[in-house]
Structure formats: structure tokens, C-alpha cells
Design a protein around this ligand. Structure first.
Ligand code: HDD
Length: 679
């Protein structure tokens, strides 16, 4: 299959050697033998038993029987794309990493994921999203295995199996799928107050992103940058999407899970196919080593963020995703990320969560990908050469020549030879460490609520309302005493929040509590994000007899503003305007749904059927309740009037304004109109 948007880079050239196109080829066995018949097994007589000697049947069936591999123990549901990263050069004073030198272009492969659900689960569930990037640099692969939230549930990796056991479906009945709204997770939360900060992020709108293209990414841990002089800076990594950070509303997200469980991957795939390449800026927060203790929290604590107002994010490059995969299993499923895949200039800190991750990721690939040679799978290969004395193992593909597979040696001139740091050899940062061996948590990790409160303080009234509703939903799905226990914990974050949730879930509201933190970080609120019309999708409800002279300029203008539209009507085929204008119908009311659009444009026609009017009313009601922009012309305006939706924020009609198209585009760009009365 030739891809129209194939973008040349070293990784793509490398992958090309492994691609195969079966089209127009003779059908063969895996041994290359041409096959004469692929419909019937070899039998002793047409009505007789299948014969053991039917090697074609045996090979075909055996391969099929072994097609599945274990899904990822977390982040099983994911979707990926190729792209390119280009460095601005602004990181050069702080890191010697070659791929961050000005103008350097590096091929990347990015996999987005949900955490909890299995490989076939719905995508718009309430969950953290994974955001993993493999940079195929000239100095080896660098993996930034990030999430769309800047903090994590736990402070020490030894708790990770407990966290995951608690949040996954309960083992006795394997329910619920891809959801945290159940007893075992909230039992865990109540007993691990360090999770309070990540939990409030999960209850906020970021846990239901509108698109992978509209999510931030965070490396979470504090890492180190090391520069040419060997000086270390602490660093936090950020991805900032060009389109801003936008979310669905909960009711909508749940409905999409049924209407289109592939909503997020489809959005990514289609955007890339259409040439609307997702873009993210890569940013860093930097902290000189001397400032390690200047905060009222420990910089090694992964439940803490650095407010962007205190430590600004410096942009150091831009990533563009420009090519879909050829084969999801070969690439997306077999890609193996690891936070320990680093390059010179990037190093670790003693964050106890990061330290544990450095073990877990290789270990999981061994079971998932079946042995120690997973680095040879095409998607995982570095683009630079790799040489060492590791040998053999299941599925080894490299044919290492020569008799030497040990170091040091004289028979091969002591090669492959280690390189000095000056020659590019990786040298671990020589941090001084001393202490007793203890199983303990540092006291500097004991504040579990201040930043949860900081997050709460930073939210707009609407975002706060959503958080209250999310806690009420999740805890409302739990039993006593889990609900009570969690209200007690929540009271440590914010009293009003705890009281409101308690009131909703039949728990006696607490009388006192709440953190006394008054600080807020405006960067955390999605109200303050970028708002653009680009790639917003409008559903056009339209029937025969529409006024082409009015409608076509609007549709053209939407496209000129980089928006997308789909024509929705009663039957597939074409709708024809009164002036003969024809529009190809993309969907009928039954093959799509209002929840799948950012906005609706209600047009109708002079003779719509009762069924059309009923469906249109349903679509408009849904879009209205989800605070979406609605534009209306002709018949559509009457529908809005009948439903008493006129004169509400985000409703734009040709009857009310002479500047319809501009106002409608602005209304769509705003994403949602929270000040609308949907009661
Ligand atoms: Fe993890 C997968 C992100 C903590 C153990 N993790 C995985 C993926 C992402 C993250 C995005 C999916 C990778 C892919 O697309 O293939 N994980 C994080 C972040 C964490 C984090 C941002 C905290 C800052 N993870 C974490 C801990 C452990 C793990 C503490 C264990 C000690 N994570 C894994 C894993 C997975 C994984 C079990 C499953 C599949 C895989 O690694 O390749 O090893």
C-alpha cells in the first residue's frame, strides 16, 4: 500500500526493508511454496477426514492459533503514529543531548493510551492517558514515557502492583471494564492518601480528552539534564499541543463509548490522513541543582508538580505527527518503551517511582514480546548501529559474525570497544549518595494534600462543578464504608468539595477540614488554553430543498477556517438544494450521532419528514446539553425556537445576525459554552 503522506526519514527508510506488500502476489506457504488451493483441506475422499499430511492446513492453523500476545499489563488500549521532532536549540546550554541541538531533526514514534482498560476497551473512559515518545536519535533511542497528567498516584514503585490491582476490574467478577468507579480502587485511594493529587486530576476534565491532539504530556518525574561541562540541572518535561487542551463532557464521553469506541484513535488516524498533522511543542522546566531544596515540597516526589508560574516552561522543540502506521500489530503493539532508554545529556534522579520503573519496563517486554531480542523488532530498532556481546535467545535475527562475544578480548582488538564520554559513551551523573539501607518514606514526601488543593484552587467554577460531579459519580458507584472513608480523605483537600460530594452520595458532610493553601496556578485551568477553529468537526443537518446560495458560502468558509464538516441527512446519497446545488451525504441519523461532533449546523429543508424533524431535535438537544455551538439557518432556526434554545450562549442563527459565519466559527472555536442554561 503506497501512503500518500509518506515522510522520509531514517526510521522510515529502515522500516521499508521490512515492509511487504502481498497484493498481486502468488499465495505461498511460509516456506515460499506456491499453494494451489486455499479453500479446502486435504481429505481422504470428499466426505472423508482431513489428512495429517496437509502441511498447508497445519501451518495456516498453527499460525492463527498463536496470533495473540499478552496485552500490556497497563496501557493496553493504545494508538500510535510516526512523526518528526525538530529542536530549537534552546536546550543546548543545559544538555549535551545531540537530538536537542538546534535544527536537528529526529524521527519519532508516539503511542497514546488509556491506562486501565483492556486492548479492546472503549477510548473515552475517565482515565489518565499515556503519551509515550520514542526518539530515534543518532545516539540511540530516547524514550519519554509520559502521561497527560503531571503527577502520579503513588510515591514508591513498590506500590504499583497494588495500585493496578485495585483499579483494574475486580478479580472475582472482572467488572467494571476500563473504569475506576468501583470499590477496590477507592479502597486503595482511601488508604493511600498520597494518591489525592493524581485522583483530583482524574476527576477533572483532563481525564476525558476531546482528542489525543488536544492533550498535554508530562514526563512526571524530575529528570536531569547534563551539559557539556558536566553540570546538572533538574528538569521536568512537557508536551504542549498546538490546538490547546480540550475535553469532552462526562455524559458525552459515556455515550461516545457506545456510539464510537474508537473515537480517539479515529480522530488521530483521520487527521493524519487528511494532512492535519498534530503538533506539540516540547518544553522543559529547569531548576539548578543548588535550588533543590527551595520548594515547600520535595522535587523527587512524583505526586508534585512545579507550578508553571514559579518555574516557567521553556520551549525546546516541536514534534509533528505526520504518518500513520502500516500495521498496528507490527508497530503499535510491538513497540517497547522504557524510561531507562536515555541518551548522553539526560539522566535520572532518585525519585523512588522512577527508580522502580527502570526495572519494570524491560521485565514486562520479556513476557509480552517473548524474550530478550525485542530490540530487534523493526519498530524498536535504533537508527544508529548497535554492537555488543549479547547473543542468542528466542527469535534472534542478527547474525553476529566472528568468534569473539566477550570483553575484554585480544582476538578482536578488544572490540566492540567502550567509548569515553568525549566519544559519546554514556556516563552516569556522579551524584553523591550516602545513607542507611531503610525501607521508609522520606518525611519530605508526607504532604499529600497541599497540591491537590492548589489544583482545586486553580479550577474555574465550571471545572470545579465537573470535579464534584465526577467524585459523586465514582463514589456513588461504591458501597459504604468506602464512600465515607473517601469523604474523610477529601475533607483534607477542600471542605466545600467534600461537603458537596458527601451531600450527593448519602454521606454525612464533614463539618471541618480543608487544606489552608490559597495559592493557585492559572496554567492548570483549561479555561486559559488555546482556542482555535482548526479541525473542529461540524455536523450539518440538511435536507432536499435547502437554499444553496445561503448555505454553500458558509460551508466554504468553514473549510477555509480549517474546520471540517459532515453532511447528515435522512438517507444516504445526495441532498439537492432548491437551486440544484448537490451535497453528498456523509451519514444518516443512524450511522452517526450528535456526540461525535464539536458543533451542529441546523439547516433542514422546506419539506422535512416527521422522522427527520424528530432526529434533528434529538441531535440538537444533545449538542445543546453538551454546551456545543449550534448554528442555524432556514428550517433549523425554527427547530431551535420550538426547543427554546434561541438566545442562549453559543447559539448563532442567520435570523439573529448579519455576520453569521464569523460568529458561528467563533462559537465553535470557543469549544464549549458553559454559561448556557441547560436545566
Ligand atoms: Fe508505566 C506502560 C506511563 C509509572 C510500569 N507506563 C506505560 C505506558 C505509559 C506509562 C505511557 C504505555 C507505554 C506504551 O505505550 O507502550 N507509567 C507511566 C508514567 C508513570 C508510570 C507516566 C509515572 C510517572 N509504570 C509506572 C510504574 C511502573 C510502571 C511505577 C512499575 C514499577 N508501565 C509499566 C509497565 C508498562 C507500563 C508495566 C506496561 C506495558 C509496558 O510497560 O510496556 O512496565
Amino acid at each position: 500500500m503506497e501512503k500518500s503522506n509518506r515522510h522520509e526519514n531514517r526510521k522510515n527508510e529502515q522500516l521499508e526493508q521490512f515492509r511487504t506488500d502481498d497484493q498481486n502476489q502468488a499465495l505461498t506457504t511460509n516456506q515460499g511454496l506456491k499453494v494451489s488451493n486455499d479453500e479446502f483441506s486435504l481429505k481422504a475422499g470428499v466426505r472423508g477426514p482431513t489428512l495429517m499430511e496437509d502441511f498447508h492446513f497445519r501451518e495456516k492453523m498453527t499460525h492463527f492459533d498463536h496470533e495473540r500476545i499478552p496485552e500490556r499489563v497497563v496501557h493496553a488500549r493504545g494508538y500510535a503514529a510516526h512523526g518528526e521532532f525538530e529542536a530549537y536549540g534552546t536546550a543546548e546550554p543545559f544538555t549535551k543531548a545531540g537530538f536537542l541541538k538546534k535544527g536537528t531533526k529526529t524521527p519519532v514514534f508516539v503511542r497514546f493510551s488509556t491506562v486501565v482498560g483492556s486492548r479492546g476497551s472503549a477510548e473515552t473512559v475517565r482515565d489518565t492517558r499515556g503519551f509515550s515518545t520514542k526518539f530515534y536519535t543518532e545516539e540511540g533511542n530516547y524514550d519519554l514515557v509520559a502521561n497527560n497528567m503531571p503527577v502520579f498516584f503513588i510515591q514508591d514503585a513498590i506500590k504499583f502492583p497494588d495500585l493496578v490491582h485495585a483499579i483494574k476490574p475486580e478479580p472475582h467478577n472482572e467488572m467494571p471494564q476500563a473504569a475506576a468507579a468501583h470499590n477496590t480502587f477507592w479502597d486503595f485511594v482511601a488508604h493511600n492518601t498520597e494518591s489525592a493529587h493524581h485522583v483530583i486530576w482524574n476527576m477533572a476534565d483532563r481525564a476525558i480528552p476531546r482528542s489525543f491532539r488536544m492533550m498535554e504530556g508530562f514526563g512526571v518525574h524530575t529528570f536531569r539534564f547534563i551539559n557539556d561541562e558536566g553540570k546538572s540541572h533538574f528538569v521536568k518535561f512537557h508536551w504542549k499541543p498546538k490546538l490547546g487542551v480540550h475535553s469532552l463532557v462526562w455524559d458525552e464521553a459515556q455515550k461516545i463509548s457506545g456510539k464510537d469506541p474508537d473515537f480517539n484513535r479515529k480522530d488521530l488516524w483521520e487527521s493524519i490522513e487528511a494532512g492535519d498533522f498534530p503538533e506539540y511543542e516540547f518544553g522543559v522546566q529547569l531548576l539548578p541543582e543548588e535550588d533543590e531544596f527551595k520548594f515547600d515540597f520535595d522535587v523527587l516526589d512524583p505526586t508534585k508538580l512545579w507550578p508553571e508560574e514559579d518555574v516557567p516552561v521553556t520551549m525546546i522543540g516541536k514534534m509533528t505527527l505526520n504518518r500513520n502506521v502500516d500495521n498496528v500489530f507490527a508497530e503499535t503493539e510491538q513497540v517497547a518503551f522504557h524510561p531507562g532508554h536515555v541518551v548522553p545529556g539526560i539522566d535520572f534522579t532518585n525519585d523512588p517511582l522512577l527508580q522502580g520503573r527502570l526495572f519494570s519496563y524491560t521485565d514486562t517486554q520479556l513476557i509480552r514480546l517473548g524474550g530478550p531480542n525485542f530490540h530487534e523488532i523493526p519498530i524498536n530498532r535504533p537508527v544508529c548501529p548497535f554492537h555488543n556481546n549479547q547473543r542468542d535467545g528466542y527469535n534472534r535475527q542478527t547474525i553476529n559474525k566472528g568468534r569473539v562475544s566477550y570483553h575484554p578480548n585480544s582476538l578482536a582488538n578488544n572490540t566492540p570497544a567502550p567509548a569515553s564520554p568525549a566519544e559519546g559513551g554514556y556516563e552516569h551523573y556522579q551524584e553523591k549518595v550516602e545513607g542507611r539501607k531503610v525501607r521508609a518514606r522520606s518525611e519530605s514526601f508526607n504532604d499529600h494534600f497541599s497540591q491537590a488543593k492548589l489544583f482545586w484552587n486553580s479550577m474555574s467554577a465550571t471545572e470545579k462543578q465537573h470535579i464534584v460531579e465526577a467524585y459523586s459519580f465514582e463514589l456513588g458507584k461504591c458501597d459504604m464504608p468506602i464512600r465515607e472513608m473517601n469523604i474523610e480523605v477529601l475533607a483534607n483537600v477542600d471542605l466545600e468539595l467534600a461537603q458537596k460530594v458527601a451531600g450527593n452520595i448519602g454521606v454525612t458532610p464533614p463539618a471541618e477540614g480543608g487544606s489552608d493553601v490559597t495559592k493557585s496556578s492559572p496554567a492548570l485551568s483549561q479555561e486559559n488554553t488555546v482556542k482555535l477553529p482548526d479541525t473542529r468537526k461540524v455536523g450539518v443537518l440538511i435536507d432536499n430543498g435547502f437554499d444553496g446560495k445561503e448555505i454553500m458560502p458558509v460551508l466554504n468558509e468553514l473549510e477555509a477556517s480549517k474546520m471540517k464538516y459532515e453532511i447528515i441527512s435522512e438517507t444516504q446519497g445526495k441532498v439537492t438544494g432548491a437551486d440544484g446545488t448537490e451535497l453528498e451525504v456523509t451519514h444518516t441519523f443512524s450511522t452517526t450521532d450528535a456526540v461525535l461532533y464539536d458543533a451542529l449546523y441546523a439547516v433542514g429543508g422546506p419539506d422535512v419528514s416527521k422522522a427527520f424533524a424528530k432526529n434533528a431535535a434529538k441531535f440538537l438537544g444533545e449538542a445543546f446539553d453538551h454546551y456545543k455551538a449550534i448554528g442555524a439557518a432556514q428550517e433549523g432556526e425554527k427547530w431551535l425556537e420550538a426547543a427554546k434554545m434561541l438566545d442562549q450562549p453559543g447559539i448563532v442563527t442567520t435570523g439573529q445576525t448579519t455576520d453569521f459565519t464569523k460568529q458561528f466559527i467563533e462559537a465553535v472555536s470557543a469549544h464549549r459554552h458553559w454559561d448556557r442554561d441547560v436545566s
